[in-house]
Design a protein around this ligand. Sequence first.
Ligand code: SF4
Ligand code: SF4
Length: 131
Amino acid sequence: MTVNCRTGPGRYCAKCCYNTEMPLTRDDIERIERLGYPREYFVQEDSEGIPRLRNVNGHCVFLDADTGRCRIYPYRPIGCRLYPLVYVPGEGVTIDPFCPMAHKIPKHVIERYKKYVIKIVREIYGGLDDL
Ligand code: SF4
Ligand code: SF4
């Protein structure tokens, strides 16, 4: 996505990196493991066995909380790349109003990236009726 997350020189919003529940695809996990991070360092499975980014001190394990930078930015999970586009059961693919830049995202961008959200949601959660 083309969201400007910068809040100042070398500083980033990072609001979405706190108490993250970002699910991970198999490709995400393998790509991050290849950087040398063991799976248990960054993966936390939820009660349904869905792998998600692990939080430490209330934020994603990869967040530099001082600057708001993502320590694996070029390798970050696909869900982080697509955010603030999210899938909401019953609503489908939509923009998360929690993101301060949500209002800046035009409809045509949502349409362009929608298919990628659907692809990862299908991979992670299996078939969903309203997709
Ligand atoms: S909440 Fe929105 S503006 Fe803030 S870091 Fe996440 S995507 Fe960027
Ligand atoms: S991987 Fe990076 S962009 Fe994604 S939640 Fe963690 S710090 Fe934020």
